[in-house]
Write a protein that binds this ligand. Sequence first.
Ligand SMILES: NC(=O)c1ccc[n+]([C@@H]2O[C@H](COP(=O)([O-])OP(=O)(O)OC[C@H]3O[C@@H](n4cnc5c(N)ncnc54)[C@H](O)[C@@H]3O)[C@@H](O)[C@H]2O)c1
Ligand SMILES: O=c1ccn([C@@H]2O[C@H](COP(=O)(O)OP(=O)(O)O[C@H]3O[C@H](CO)[C@H](O)[C@H](O)[C@H]3O)[C@@H](O)[C@H]2O)c(=O)[nH]1
Length: 335
Amino acid sequence: MQILITGAAGYIGSHVVKQLLEETNYEIIIIDNLCTGFENTIKTLNSLDTSNERIKFYNQDLSIWNEVEEVFKENDIKEIIHFAASLVVPESVELPLKYYLNNTANTSNLVSLAVKYGVKKFIFSSTAATYGEPDKKFIPVNETCPTSPINPYGNSKLFSESVIKDTAFANDDFKFVILRYFNVAGADIEEKIGQSTLNATHLIKVAAEAALRKREKMAIFGDDYDTEDGTCIRDYIHVQDLADAHLKALEYLESNPSDTFNCGYGYGYSVKEVIETMKKVSGVDFQVDIVPRRAGDPSTLISDNTKIKTKMNWVPKYNDLELICKTALEWEKNI
Ligand SMILES: NC(=O)c1ccc[n+]([C@@H]2O[C@H](COP(=O)([O-])OP(=O)(O)OC[C@H]3O[C@@H](n4cnc5c(N)ncnc54)[C@H](O)[C@@H]3O)[C@@H](O)[C@H]2O)c1
Ligand SMILES: O=c1ccn([C@@H]2O[C@H](COP(=O)(O)OP(=O)(O)O[C@H]3O[C@H](CO)[C@H](O)[C@H](O)[C@H]3O)[C@@H](O)[C@H]2O)c(=O)[nH]1
């Protein structure tokens, strides 16, 4: 059975490929243009493939639609996990079209090829940013909470969700699972892979870099939010638990209808708490400045994860902020 994974040279996709290699027999077709992913990650994944024949890598930009179609012609793809995207919230405010083109337009094309070539299962990386700034009465947010993104990144993903849902409504054979990730962090416990993103903006990676003196200092973007300590609250999920949700989603679609699921732990930490935790696990007291708010940041995002736990039997194993920070730090030492 062949599965197409877009964006597998990146952070989350590479963790999913590692689990697919370990726990399934899929032949894995990868499309990635290496714009934020790494050839080295593909090499590592190849080294984990003991058969040496389960991974086929296309260094391909999803926006070159006719070339992407050739990948479908050359293979027999029946399942897709679509990670490839642009995903930096503040950048999306500056460069909205980059996000609508790379996220919404390229997803639309991929979905149209999926239907044309008889793909049965489509797993999509969506985001908590689709909820925008949820009203307090909706926190923790469940999947029926109104979606109302407050930045172009969230909009580009919500539009993609509509493309996928409307397509499935009109095509009985095309089924989807939309996974709305909350804040993904940490690295493979075996330290084979991790987040290598250049010029990283994600809080836990930035804090790990500061702890290792790769940065002189870091900043907290705003301490005047309506939260207990004034800094934003997020629900941080370990990347391996998230990867497991993708394998569960493939299984789930064998005998269940298309659906949308939150992926998070259901508990929020403030920016200050995360930084304190990184200081504790690293034993390094790095400099932290308080600076003004960053554009596009909602104050609080916490998931209600009841649905994925009950319907997919997803059982998180790494629900521990210290462990998340520690694995991120260990990986950061390797790169
Ligand atoms: N990291 C998070 O906290 C987070 C949270 C919510 C949702 N997500 C979603 O998860 C997915 C993966 O994110 P990630 O953190 O692994 O990011 P990443 O940047 O590490 O990975 C994205 C991968 O997609 C590739 N890519 C991007 N545009 C492409 C294109 N046009 N053609 C081919 N390849 C392309 C990149 O080279 C990279 O390897 C994204 O869809 C993102 O929106 C991430
Ligand atoms: O150096 C930093 C980096 C971040 N933050 C703060 O830390 C929080 C988390 O920021 P991240 O950049 O780590 O993550 P975001 O919540 O902005 O966004 C992430 O999670 C979202 C879902 O919640 C999206 O899916 C998105 O793709 C992903 O980047 C925010 O309040 C941000 O202002 C800082 O104070 N300093």
